[in-house]
Design a binder for this molecule. Structure first.
Ligand code: ATP
Ligand code: MG
Length: 429
């Protein structure tokens, strides 16, 4: 792509973006920058989403004002970031509008960028350093027009995702861009331009060299996007799960039965997120790993084996490159083991009620209701209800209060235990 070419400018009369749809605080920031003689553009996902008739998640601003100049204009401004300084303008209710000075891709011939001023750039350079064409559009507050250096408008109307520049070079610079290509194709129902898609397989291995915690962050964006079923299905078709989750990902991707179950559970998760009941990470990751864990426990676990250790060992040996924080991984393993016992108890009627005392029991019930009913059951223990319905003869054991009373009675009157237990049992309907 030619970085010196003139942009395609779409005047206000030829596009659908109205200031009414722009966040009022973002508008204030844009206007103040413009009034003080700076270029002020709404950029990135906000322009893309507004053109697609969607509500943007956030409204990012780009300008030719330098960070120090931005700070002087806004009392509520904090500069963040060490190498490239971004301005965060804080508003009431915790809202933050991010303002970035136009920048360019660092020059690969300079190995270390010592001077941060070297990374500042012009609007055209800022457009070309972005990932995909539909994310490279600018909305100019001065003229209310859309400025397109990269061909994003054409790709919006063609409904396709196209990398900016030469695909392999852009993926090598930042392998997460492959992931982003798939994310925005799946979440918008767009196709992927041929070269953009074609270069993914040959560069996928590069993703493994990215930081594991960055991958976890990216993964959570998708997991909690409300479109995880579509996005993960495309990621799996391009073998990204194998890179992220190693052997675990390969099972999720390739075993049809596991893959189908995962798609079903992700759709359940999306419904929860979209209804405002976003689950905790421990619940989300248990749900995500359940189709895999069920198979592992079935195929590799012995009836009395330590299933928690089995799952923890399998995860540790999986070669996953994404780093799931230790605490979340540990609680997901706890939940999965309890869930397995619940499923067995339903099948066999045999239940160890000490399970109820486990710290992760509540989360496990939550996941149980999602796995078995595809929804959340409010206010009741979904597992106990299911167990009682399936094994009504075992109902007495399902009531720990009655068991506790029986034990206390036995203690106070040794020798009368048989009678007490008999009396207790006869009272149970
Ligand atoms: P979302 O609705 O998912 O937030 P977004 O487009 O705003 O979509 P962000 O991750 O918030 O996505 O990034 C903001 C913008 O920064 C993008 O629109 C894109 O222009 C640019 N960008 C983000 N990540 C990269 C990357 N890895 N390489 C190049 N440009 C990127
Ligand atoms: Mg964004």
């Amino acid at each position: 792509m030619n970085q010196t070419r003139e942009p395609n400018i779409l005047p206000r009369s030829s596009h659908t973006i109205s200031r009414r749809d722009i966040d009022p605080e973002a508008l204030k920031v844009l206007y103040r920058l413009a009034r003080n003689g700076h270029k002020a553009y709404l950029v990135g996902g906000a322009v893309r989403d507004l053109l697609l008739g969607k509500r943007p998640k956030d409204f990012d601003v780009a300008t030719d004002a330098r960070p120090g100049q931005i700070k002087k204009l806004f009392a509520n401004c904090f500069l963040i970031g060490r190498r490239f300084r971004l301005a965060h303008i804080h508003f009431r209710g915790g809202k933050i509008i991010e303002v970035a000075t136009f920048r360019k891709d660092p020059d690969p011939s300079e190995e270390i960028q010592t001077d941060p001023h070297n990374t500042f750039g012009s609007p055209v350079e800022d457009a070309f350093r972005r990932d995909i064409t539909i994310n490279g559009l600018f909305y100019d507050i001065n003229s209310f027009s859309i400025i397109d250096y990269v061909g994003g408008l054409g790709d919006i109307s063609r409904r396709r995702v196209c990398i900016i520049g030469e695909p392999s070079a852009r993926y090598a610079e930042d392998p997460v861009r492959m992931w982003r290509v798939l994310r925005y194709a799946a979440s918008n129902g767009f196709s992927i331009e041929e070269r953009t898609a074609g270069a993914i397989a040959g560069n996928l291995h590069l993703l493994a060299s990215c930081s594991g915690s960055r991958m976890y962050e990216e993964f959570n964006k998708d997991l909690y996007s409300g479109s995880s079923a579509e996005i993960f299905s495309l990621l799996m078709r391009h073998s990204l799960f194998s890179v992220l989750f190693g052997n675990v990902g390969r099972v999720l991707e390739r075993q049809v039965e596991v893959n189908d179950e995962l798609s079903r559970l992700l759709a359940v998760h999306d419904r929860l997120v979209l209804s405002g009941n976003t689950p905790s990470p421990s619940v989300s990751y248990s749900l995500l790993l359940w189709p895999w864990a069920r198979i592992v426990m079935r195929d590799k676990g012995q009836p009395d084996s330590d299933k928690m250790k089995l799952l923890a060992d399998e995860l540790a040996a999986s070669g996953m490159s994404m780093i799931i924080p230790k605490g979340i991984r540990a609680s997901a393993v706890h939940v999965l083991e309890i869930l397995d016992r619940m499923m067995q108890a339903l099948e066999t009627g045999r239940m160890r009620w000490s399970l109820l005392k486990k710290a992760s029991y509540k989360d496990a019930v939550f996941v149980f209701s999602l796995v078995t009913q595809g929804r959340l059951t409010q206010g009741e223990d979904a597992f106990r209800a299911a167990y009682t319905a399936q094994h009504p003869d075992k109902t007495d054991k399902a009531n720990p209060r009655k068991r506790r009373r029986r034990r206390r009675f036995r203690k106070r009157a040794p020798g009368a235990g048989h009678q007490a237990a008999g009396q207790e049992a006869s009272r149970i309907p």
